[in-house]
Design a protein around this ligand. Structure first.
Ligand code: FPP
Length: 237
């Protein structure tokens, strides 16, 4: 028996820089092509039973890149969000973020708050954008909030278990990804959803992110569905 379709897929969109380099184009164009590839992919995903897509857009480590590239990426995100806000009637996608937004510039934080407000009325596919996100940072923020709640007598140490811990993470409102996809041939998790990936299946594609299509995602899903069959017997609900 084949596994059911994954309800939540997380994607490490890697390879924008190499895509641009191969074409002798500036990196910025590679990131723009990456954002366009995501838009195209989501249009198709919306037609499926997949409920959640989480994408790694900007990691806590990405601040180490050159200022120009950071500015370009932030501008791209702003444009993406503003376009969604402007054309929001056209889309039923719900967008929210994971990661620590407090250090982002105020304009971007305001746009993100507006975007979340609009999104709360949507009923379609959920897109979770990881922004200034790092798995270790997320865990540390969770631990700090747990300690605060224990100190304020709002939480008993005996009641801390895996479920309780998960409820302090940015992803508390939905289930962990069944499938994690990384493009561009790199075989690392790079601090992405490290707690949530405990039981996820991984799929690595050699394609650079701007070249990654819905057909490639279908291949990843097929691979995920077949893996269960190899070990046999268990039906997913
Ligand atoms: C990795 O490519 C990709 C990123 C650091 C950013 C991903 C961002 C986007 C796809 C666009 C913006 C996203 C949204 C949600 C609008 P890389 O630069 O590390 O590639 P390289 O390893 O080939 O240099």
């Amino acid at each position: 028996m084949e596994r059911a379709l994954p309800k939540h897929i997380a994607i490490i969109m890697d390879g924008n820089g190499r895509w641009a380099k191969k074409r002798l184009l500036p990196k910025k164009i590679g990131h723009k092509a990456g954002a366009d590839a995501l838009k195209k992919l989501l249009k198709k995903v919306e037609e499926t039973e997949i409920e959640h897509i989480t994408v790694y857009a900007f990691s806590t480590e990405n601040w180490k890149r050159e200022k120009e590239e950071i500015d370009d990426l932030m501008k791209l995100l702003k444009d993406y969000i503003q376009q969604y806000i402007k054309e929001n009637e056209k889309s039923n996608i719900k967008i929210d973020t994971i990661g620590d937004l407090t250090v982002l510039d105020e304009d971007l934080q305001r746009d993100l708050a507006h975007l979340k407000e609009i999104s709360s009325k949507k009923t379609g596919l959920s897109l979770h954008i990881a922004l200034n996100y790092g798995g270790r940072d997320e865990i540390i923020r969770a631990v700090k909030n747990i300690v605060k709640d224990v100190n304020n007598n709002n939480l008993l140490i005996e009641n801390i278990d895996e479920n309780m811990f998960s409820s302090y993470l940015d992803t508390r409102e939905y289930k962990d990804p069944e499938l994690i996809v990384r493009t561009s041939g790199e075989l690392r998790i790079s601090n992405f959803l490290i707690w949530q990936a405990a039981y996820s299946e991984f799929y690595f594609s050699d394609k650079l992110w701007p070249d990654f299509t819905f057909e490639d995602l279908e291949q990843a899903i097929n691979s995920y569905q077949k893996r269960e069959r190899r070990f046999g017997g268990r039906l997913d609900s």
